[in-house]
Design a protein around this ligand. Structure first.
Ligand SMILES: C[S@@+](CC[C@H](N)C(=O)[O-])C[C@H]1O[C@@H](n2cnc3c(N)ncnc32)[C@H](O)[C@@H]1O
Length: 259
């Protein structure tokens, strides 16, 4: 199965359905960002510390797999020159819709996060990459491409799901409230789900998920040439998600292109 084509359709469907990650920010948020008061997330709920961004005015920012009319327009309103790159046409259309509504300029480019060949070497000061590598099977190329398109000293801000999450059967947790260890890491829907469960998920049009090791997430950034200089965990604020009552669901990192 072509995970890219399937996930593109799945995210177009989520955008049409008004998913929480496809709900454009309202005009007040943009007005506040223009006045210098703004917050955005890399992970489900905990805002990124402001000092992680540095001065954004006139900086080139790549919002990577971050469509939905959320972070890209806020960063543009805060004064950055923003490119939004995403697999799903309709997630990008939401960024464009907010930009037009607010008189902001955002360049939208469609593609897969493992191939940033649309961009020259050293063309950005900041890559903002919220939780989305859960939709691809292999991470090393993403970190290498982020490193290539950043200028020396540039910053990569990335969010990712807690690898431990992927050991558990979350459908069972929804039914019974119990977290049952079901899978071996690293996780892939394609390899770990029973064929009939996978088939039903695909038929419902849900995106395919992949869980990565800490080595692939943190070691991969370091191997690509980044120095990780900041990290926090996010408990998540969705009480219906049983795991979030027990531990953090996601991690955010700040990394610098130092070599
Ligand atoms: C959870 S949403 C993230 C966007 C959201 N604004 C946020 O706050 O996190 C995940 C995004 O990843 C995008 N995506 C999924 N697979 C991708 C891929 N291979 N390359 C680029 N984008 C991808 C989806 O279209 C979706 O917009």
């Amino acid at each position: 199965m072509n995970h890219l084509e399937h996930n593109r359709k799945a995210w177009n469907q989520r955008a049409a359905a008004g998913d929480v990650w496809s709900t454009p920010v309202p005009a007040e948020i943009i007005a506040q960002a223009r006045a210098g008061r703004w917050q955005i997330v890399l992970t489900p709920s905990r805002p990124v510390p402001m000092e992680w961004f540095g001065e954004l005015r006139d900086k080139d920012v790549l919002c990577l797999a971050s469509g939905g009319g959320q972070q890209a327009p806020v960063l543009a309103a805060a004064g950055a020159r923003v490119v939004s790159f995403d697999l799903a046409d309709d997630q990008l259309a939401l960024d464009q819709r907010v930009a037009e509504r607010e008189g902001l300029s955002i360049r939208c480019v469609r593609g897969d996060m493992t191939d940033l060949s649309a961009f020259a070497d050293a063309s950005f000061d900041l890559v903002f990459h919220p939780v989305s590598n859960v939709f691809i099977p292999e991470l090393a190329r993403v970190w290498r491409e982020c490193h290539r398109v950043l200028r020396p000293g540039g910053t990569l801000l990335a969010g990712f799901m807690n690898p431990a999450l992927f050991m558990f059967d979350h459908d069972e947790a929804d039914r019974s409230g119990e977290l049952i260890v079901r899978h071996t890491l690293p996780y892939s829907d394609l390899a770990c789900l029973a064929p009939e469960v996978l088939q039903a998920q695909v038929a419902r049009g849900e995106a395919l998920n992949f869980g990565h090791s800490l080595e692939a997430q943190l070691g991969g950034q370091i191997d690509a040439g980044f120095a990780i200089v900041g990290l926090y965990e996010d408990q998540g604020n969705d009480a219906s998600w049983v795991y979030s009552r027990h531990g953090p669901v996601a991690v955010a990192t700040r990394a610098l292109k130092t070599r």
